[in-house]
Design a protein around this ligand. Structure first.
Ligand code: PGA
Length: 246
């Protein structure tokens, strides 16, 4: 079976009580803890990573960061390096999320973050996606190309063992609206072509994110080219998340 990735992006939405309840539910339920063709990656806030990683260390569940510093170490108050994430138990890290780009993270920063992660043997989960205006102007693939090209350059210099690219239309995140299966099929066909031309298709996996929930997950999973889901709101409650995965 081809691998499928479920990435839970908990953003700044979980307090310690919620994290503990999620861990307890995972332990109690047992469905997600065994190795399978699916990889489950939980991305808690920085302060919660060590707790989650330690509590689930003996399971197949992985941990990821939600961003990382573009620098290796030094006087960067408030930042967390890829090395620190690795030490905390992360093998993955989301970079380029639109909520980070909105806080002025640039394509150059994101390419530098990619480098830091690869230097620490971590798997980058790179987010790309167009805004509603860009979509209306039919600029979706132009925007994706613009966001991906700096990463192609970074990849050529410093190839990752494995790369996850998440297509997350900005207008779909947290809105309850998703692209139609046909719209997704078109974008993923384009992404597949882009990967074949510019990256290594055998090491690159394409994910979708933006308002994925229990109702729409099955249809989205059926779109050709989709090898995973990046899930925000619907990943906060164990039961909802589990229903998406199984
Ligand atoms: P959402 O968030 O599932 O709540 O839309 C997805 C994301 O921002 O990664």
């Amino acid at each position: 079976m081809k691998p499928f990735f479920y990435v839970a992006n908990w953003k700044m939405a979980m307090n310690l009580h919620g994290v503990q309840a999620f861990i307890d539910a995972v332990r109690h339920d047992q469905t997600l803890v065994e190795p399978s063709a699916s990889t489950i990656i939980l991305c808690p806030a920085f302060t919660q990573i060590s707790l989650v990683a330690a509590a689930l260390k003996d399971t197949a569940i992985e941990c990821g960061g939600q961003t990382c510093s573009p620098y290796a170490s030094g006087a960067y108050t408030g930042q967390v390096s890829a090395g620190m994430l690795a030490e905390s138990g992360c093998a993955y890290c989301i970079i380029g999320h639109s909520e980070r780009r909105a806080l002025a993270e640039t394509d150059t920063d994101i390419a530098a973050q990619y480098d830091q992660l690869v230097n620490k043997k971590m798997t980058p989960i790179i987010c790309v996606g167009e805004t509603a205006n860009e979509r209306e102007a039919q600029k979706t693939t132009a925007v994706l190309e613009q966001q991906l090209l700096p990463l192609v350059a970074a990849y050529k210099n410093n190839p990752a063992d494995r790369l996850l690219i998440a297509y997350e239309p900005v207008w779909a995140i947290g809105s309850g609206t998703t692209p139609t299966p046909q719209e997704l099929a078109d974008v993923f066909a384009w992404l597949k072509g882009f990967v074949a031309k510019n990256l290594d298709a055998s090491r690159t996996f394409l994910l979708y994110g933006g308002s994925v929930d229990e109702q729409n997950a099955a249809a989205i999973k059926g779109v050709p080219g989709i090898s995973g889901l990046l899930i925000g709101g619907a990943s906060l409650e164990f039961k909802k998340f589990k229903n998406l995965v199984v």
